[in-house]
Design a protein around this ligand. Structure first.
Ligand SMILES: [Zn+2]
Length: 115
């Protein structure tokens, strides 16, 4: 990441790639799944098998693309997912803390586990 990007203010996302999350809203409300991608700038994330959208694709033999309907994950707003604590397994709010070596960690508000 360049210095420019570092100084730009993107809200710190509490959710990270590969987190287990609970979906709080939308069609997949109540589903627990894994975060595939986080877009902090947009405040959105892609969660596995959540918010599936159908995309109609045209056949393109040169690129080896088969035509038809492709299902892909759409994005979901970060406020609509809750991180599931890897320690206590509960959907929780997360705080932040900094270890002595300066490494940032997240803290489960329920069991105080750092992760
Ligand atoms: Zn916990």
């Amino acid at each position: 990441m360049s210095e420019m990007e570092k100084t730009q203010k993107a809200p710190k996302a509490q959710v990270k790639k590969n987190d287990q999350v609970l979906v709080m809203a939308g069609r997949n409300r109540g589903v627990k799944s894994r975060v595939l991608r986080v877009m902090p700038g947009e405040g959105r994330a892609v969660v596995e098998h959540v918010n599936m959208i159908k995309r109609h694709t045209r056949q393109n033999p040169q690129k080896g693309v088969q035509g038809g309907i492709l299902e892909r994950e759409g994005t979901i707003h970060l406020s609509n997912v809750k991180v599931i604590c890897p320690e206590c397994g509960e959907p929780t709010r997360v705080g932040r803390t900094r270890l002595e070596d300066g490494k940032g960690m997240r803290v489960c508000k329920k069991c105080n586990a750092k992760f």
